[in-house]
Design a protein around this ligand. Sequence first.
Ligand SMILES: [Zn+2]
Length: 338
Amino acid sequence: MVDKQKLKERQPVAWRILSNALKSGHISHAYMFYGQKGPDQSRMALLFAQSLVCEHPDEDGFACQQCDTCRQMEREISPDFYWLHPGGTRSRKPMTRKELDAWWKNQTLEPEKKKTWRLRKEDIQNLQDTFSYTSSTTTGRQIYLIEQYEEATASASNTLLKFLEEPKDNLTGILCTGAINMVLPTIVSRCQLIPLRAPARSALEEQIGELIEDEELVSILAKAGYDNDRITSLLEGEALFEIRQAAHDYWNARSTHGAIVRLETGVFAKGAFGSREAVVFFLNCLLYFAEQENRSDIKALEERTVLLESIDAMRLPLDPLLLVERTARDLKRISQRR
Ligand SMILES: [Zn+2]
């Protein structure tokens, strides 16, 4: 059972989007839970799946986790719930829940054990077969949950894509991934995106505080999960304070065209964006400012999604400056919309 209160505190954005969906009854055909890998992702996904069918929801619309329906789902014996995850009853090589949690935390499991979890075409076909020959027994809704979707093979993804293109009434899919940039864009675009954040770590803040005195910089770096090595190299080579200031000025003026121009002629021109690290740090500053606003409207959510996706995209061999420009244009478009 999940501690719902803690989950709500740690994942306020995801909690709010899902709560709105559950309370309004506007449920999408597919969801993608993405963001830094962590046990929260899996817990939130299971809780959401349970919440779609539980008959005793709490005031936020989430499942009681105690009724027969909820328990059957957690134990993977519900006929209307198909759960594909390492260690699950549907996967070929079992991995225990504990092992999975450990792998998420530090990714230290033996490589061959990790390798055995690969999502193949047959897995998706089995899932499809299950739902095409059975109709819902009690609840009226059928759900599948696939974890670590980035491990899907190309043929598995193509099979799932066809499935997503012809949505079945009352069938909801939930995909989880710690690497959304490795998922087919055509699949991502068919899912409602649910961003999950790595939990704030005060120990990390303490560590960083020994290197830097500036409170805000410590928070930005800790939130983004920087370790000492990365910070040391940032401090050596980059204009950390200047970039933060540029990010701050840009953020407050992001709805104007001038904001992009100032970026291009200001900090860009001076060469402060010399490395990918600097650009990633700039984007992390923006994400921090966005989260500090504590807004829950759809625009704020879209802004945060754009920023999370940009930070993810920095792992790809893209021109960092082009990515910043594209991000700035997306943010301008969002903030100018009525
Ligand atoms: Zn329940």
